[in-house]
Each structure stands twice: as C-alpha cells, then as structure tokens.
Design a protein around this ligand. Structure first.
Ligand code: CA2
Length: 141
C-alpha cells in the first residue's frame, strides 16, 4: 500500500484555535482525519506528524525516506523562510516533497515571500486554505 506523509511544522498544532481569519476554523486533528480518510478511499496509508522542533522535523524526513514513503506533503511553517537545515534534509532524500501553505505567503509580510524549501520541492501550493493539502495529496495518488 502506498504511504504518504503529511508533515506540519511549528505552531500548526494551534490551527482552529487562533487567527481563523487567516488559517480557518478547522483544527489540525480535523485536517489529519480528513486526509487519512481521503487516503483510505484511494487505497493509500496517510501518516501524520507535527512538531514545533526543527530537529524532530528533520528526523521525520529522514525516517520517511527509510520507510519508502511515496510523497511528503509538507507545511514547514515559519521554518519555510529560513531553515537551511530543513532544506538540506529535503534535498537529501529522493522522496518528492510538495510544499503547502494555508495562507498566500506572497501576499503577506515581506519575510514570508521567500521560501528556502521551494527550490528543492517538486512544487508549492499556497493560499488555498486546507484544500491545498488535499490537492497535494492527489498528486501522489
Ligand atoms: O500559511 C501557512 O501555512 C504558513 O506556513 C503558516 C505559518 C507561517 O509562519 C508561514 O509563514 C505560513 C504559521 C503557522 C501558525 O499557525 C497558526 C495557526 C493558528 C493560530 C495561530 C498560528
């Protein structure tokens, strides 16, 4: 069975609890349940992981390569904009990574316009809310 990893970075555990005008009203648990259900309908196993810690995200990326995951849907949160360590981890594996952002990072503060992950990802989806995760998942099904 195909395995897909949904990886979320810092503060995304707060989804649905604050700033619903930017990030929506659904919680991370709601999102993960929906993606797991979508995966099940399509014969894929969806693994989920969230961490507020850079090293934990890097370890999970390495592990995903070892467990032969077929794709990673990754919202690196604010690490998107400056973490060369996470970028190197993504570049170090052959598993394709789709970068997802709930908000349109290009329409927000200047510091959010840059992604150091995008050049090593297969693609980037942003500004479509939580639908972006589902669209990213379809690319691996
Ligand atoms: O739009 C996105 O998905 C972001 O990756 C979200 C990150 C932000 O730093 C990126 O620039 C864009 C922040 C996640 C914060 O999540 C919260 C969720 C609910 C309430 C408060 C924060």
């Amino acid at each position: 069975m195909k395995k897909i990893l949904v990886l979320n970075g810092p503060n995304l555990n707060r989804l649905g609890k604050r700033e619903p005008e930017i990030y929506g009203a659904d919680t991370l648990e709601d999102l993960e349940q929906r993606l797991m259900e979508l995966g099940k309908q399509q014969g894929a196993e969806v693994l989920v992981f969230q961490s507020n810690h850079e090293g934990a995200l890097i370890d999970r990326i390495h592990q995903a390569a070892d467990e032969e995951v077929c794709g990673i849907i990754f919202n690196p949160g604010a690490f998107t904009h400056y973490s060369y360590a996470i970028r190197d981890a993504v570049a170090s594996i052959s598993v394709p990574v789709v970068e997802v952002h709930i908000s349109n990072i290009h329409a927000r503060e200047e510091f959010r316009h840059q992604s150091v992950i995008a050049p090593v990802a297969v693609g980037q989806i942003c500004g479509l809310g939580l639908l972006g995760y589902e669209l990213a998942m379809k690319s691996f099904l």
